[in-house]
Write a protein that binds this ligand. Structure first.
Ligand SMILES: Nc1nc2c(ncn2[C@@H]2O[C@H](COP(=O)(O)OP(=O)(O)OP(=O)(O)O)[C@@H](O)[C@H]2O)c(=O)[nH]1
Ligand SMILES: [Mg+2]
Length: 418
């Protein structure tokens, strides 16, 4: 005989449990009430039954008690959400059912972001594979071997070369980079590209232009080859200084009085901007015009365009400058669409006038900016403004190294610049 004990809140329930486990033949040996351990607890009854040795117990294994990690409220919330989700799944486009609209847009955006991330990763893998292929070709490249350029620099070298940077400059920059760039930075073409960006940016001197402080005076003269945009640049700056960005008193002088239409062009701008203008025919008349505009904080002087080979015309401008004791800031205006050779020629011819700063125009008209980069490096002159279109007064910005390097590697985009 074997004895088994069962407990329950009543003797009847304890017996039911015993019979379920041991069968109806189980013999009740004893029943007793177990004393309560506390007042709030129910009383329990203990029942002892006896069964034959061969009777197998049919007691259901006790389920282990699992302590819930969330409290009941949270569990209810989860089951609510699960129900809602399963309802959503049955709809043709479950996202349509999500309200408010902003939530719907957020989910859509998240999905878009995920897809975008995935596509981006795939493109990244592909472009890395392409780079490996390019690098394999690069290793067979005689030029690369001759210059000792490692494959991880292949992309940046190609981009810089395509931009039209003077080859001597490019090779010097490559040499310096290979010597100084830390090895740990060479693993990714992106890091190399960023390194180059910072390096080139640091090589470009720029001049910060500000409003003319109260009590100070500035005279800016625009010189350069024909048709580069001297008059247009002057008009843009006249607007910027007189009302667009600063509130300086601005006056205009033009020395370009012989060419048909030139006078009318500038007088028209002056009229539109409501600014005083003086035309000067000879160097003696120059001081009179400067005196007439004495009340101005800023005097902008336009000159006739001259071919770099036309030495006489440039000497004539020099004579105007010599005529006065006043400090004249000479701005050499050059077009980004000119070849490096022509830019160098122009710079050499006009440097006779003691150039203070470079103004680069027509950045919107070219795809290769290496020529401008090389000119700035060679001349060592700071650049003050970039002109980016024909629109007066909008298409002019203060020059920055960042912008020129972006143009160098990615081309000109007006949107990025505005
Ligand atoms: N695309 C583009 N065109 C420009 C820019 N700046 C000037 N231009 C245009 O170039 C042409 C010549 O501009 P001007 O300002 O008359 O040039 P300039 O240097 O004064 O010419 P000259 O006085 O004849 O030597 C005009 O059609 C301008 O609209 C620019 O940044 N981008
Ligand atoms: Mg002009």
């Amino acid at each position: 005989m074997k004895l088994f004990t069962f407990t329950a809140i009543s003797p009847a329930i304890a017996l039911q449990k015993a019979q379920k486990a041991c069968g109806r033949d189980a013999l009740v040996v004893s029943t007793k009430q177990i004393p309560k351990k506390s007042l709030s607890q129910d009383a329990l009854y203990e029942l002892v039954v006896a069964v034959e040795d061969n009777v197998m117990l049919k007691i259901e294994p006790k389920k282990p008690k699992i302590k819930p990690i969330f409290d009941e409220d949270i569990m209810n919330n989860i089951s609510q959400t699960a129900k809602q989700l399963s309802r959503l799944e049955q709809l043709s486009d479950p996202l349509e059912a999500i309200t408010p609209r902003s939530a719907f847009d957020e989910v859509k955006q998240e999905i878009k972001n995920d897809e975008f991330k995935q596509i981006k990763e795939e493109i990244g893998t592909l472009s890395d594979k392409i780079k490996i292929l390019q690098n394999m070709l690069w290793e067979d490249n005689e030029e690369a071997k001759a210059l000792n350029i490692p494959p991880e620099f292949a992309e940046i070298y190609r981009l810089a070369k395509k931009s039209g940077i003077d080859e001597t400059h490019l090779n010097e920059i490559m040499d310096a980079t290979l010597k100084h760039m830390p090895t740990y930075m060479r693993n990714s073409t992106e890091t190399i590209k960023r390194y180059f960006h910072v390096l080139l940016k640091k090589m470009i001197p720029t001049r910060i232009e500000k409003a003319i402080p109260r009590g100070e005076k500035k005279i800016m003269m625009f010189v350069g080859p024909t048709g580069v945009g001297k008059t247009t640049t002057l008009a843009k700056l006249a607007a910027k200084y007189s009302f667009l960005e600063y509130k300086n008193k601005v006056g205009i002088i033009t020395l370009d009085t012989y060419r048909i239409g030139a006078l009318e062009q500038l007088f028209q701008y002056a009229k539109m901007l409501k600014l005083p203008i003086e035309d000067v025919t000879d160097s003696i008349d120059f001081e009179r015009a400067l005196n007439a505009l004495n009340h101005c904080d800023l005097i902008l002087i336009d000159t006739a365009g001259s071919s770099p080979q036309d030495r006489e015309k440039i000497i004539k401008i020099a004579n105007f400058i010599k005529q006065t004791d006043r400090q004249i800031d000479v701005n050499l205006v050059l077009s980004a669409s000119a070849k490096l050779e022509d830019l160098n020629d122009a710079y050499k011819s006009f440097s006779f006038l003691n150039i203070d700063t470079l103004v680069i125009t027509k950045l919107d008209e070219t795809r290769s900016f290496g020529n401008i980069f090389s000119l700035i490096i060679d001349s060592k002159k700071p650049t003050s403004y970039f002109s980016t279109g024909q629109e007066v007064p909008d298409d002019i910005k203060m020059a920055t190294g960042d912008f020129l390097v972006d143009c160098l590697f990615e081309g000109f985009t007006k949107k990025a610049y505005s």
